[in-house]
Design a protein around this ligand. Structure first.
Ligand SMILES: [Zn+2]
Length: 268
């Protein structure tokens, strides 16, 4: 993938009507979540519809589907009221990417995990974390590896084509209090490593140091135990959350590789 004439090629493109004005020498890349399960197709269909009144340059789906609705040399309407390093109206100097993700989730009284729109979701997709602009933890949808690697490829293309971009920020950095995206589940530092190629070729492995480490179906002791990882087992870390839980892949006691969550204090 590369950028030719301010468009990702090869790539899906349809222009949103919600754009306007030349975007010269952008200095910022802004990450958003969509609060949706619509996929890149559903979200891009919305951005090209008349009622949206909003857009971003690119949408990235959970399955890695990438769709562009605004060329990179035109302003998209993604940031709204915003300010960064004293400079207001970030749409005037940034490229915006929407990542399909539900954002904040809800655990209902009967233990189900639901989106803010009441869609029932797989509890394994939820991670409990405290947003940097908040004081209490809440549930957030995990960003999967397929989506992150597609996002990293798009980001590499953008940074190569627009070297004036010097920072990657979240909407919650430029509109704090008003916006929470991409939220605490977005692994910004690991994502930057992925963009720089450090995370691409070398998966991260850690070793179990507890004599028996429970492998759980989700990030918390409330999730069922799938089995036990024994001391010395090498686990591939799929998602090292900022909290105390890591999503890993490895062989359980008695054989059989699983993807599970473990308490990361027992990994070295
Ligand atoms: Zn946003």
């Amino acid at each position: 993938m590369q950028i030719v004439d301010h468009r990702l090629k090869p790539g899906w493109y349809r222009p949103s009507p919600h754009q306007g004005g030349a975007l010269d020498s952008p200095s910022l890349l802004v990450m958003h979540f969509t609060v949706s399960g619509a996929g890149a197709k559903g979200v891009s269909d919305y951005f090209v519809s008349p009622q949206a009144k909003a857009s971003a340059h690119v949408v990235v789906g959970r399955d890695g589907d990438v769709r562009q609705v605004v060329p990179f040399n035109v302003k998209a309407w993604h940031a709204g009221r915003s300010i960064w390093r004293g400079r207001p109206n970030c749409n005037d100097y940034s490229i915006g990417i929407e990542i399909d993700n539900w954002g904040r989730l809800i655990r209902t009284a009967d233990g189900q995990v639901r989106s803010s729109t009441s869609r029932v979701l797989d509890p394994a997709l939820a991670v409990e974390l405290t947003h940097k602009n908040e004081s209490r933890p809440s549930l957030w949808e995990v960003y999967g590896e397929t989506q992150l690697s597609a996002l990293a490829e798009v980001t590499r293309c953008i940074l190569a084509a627009y070297p004036t971009i010097t920072e990657i920020v979240g909407h919650d950095d430029i509109s704090p209090g008003r916006k929470t995206d991409p939220g605490p589940a977005f692994p910004m530092s690991r994502f930057v490593s992925l963009v720089e190629g450090r995370g691409d070729s070398q998966p991260l492995f850690r070793t179990v140091i507890a004599s028996r480490l429970n492998a759980r179906g989700g990030p918390g002791v409330q999730f069922d135990t799938l089995g036990v990882f024994l001391a010395g087992t090498r686990l591939e870390v799929l998602y090292d959350s900022p909290g105390p839980w890591a999503q890993v892949k490895g062989a359980l006691e008695g054989g059989g590789a699983v993807t599970a969550w473990v308490s990361d204090q027992y990994l070295a």
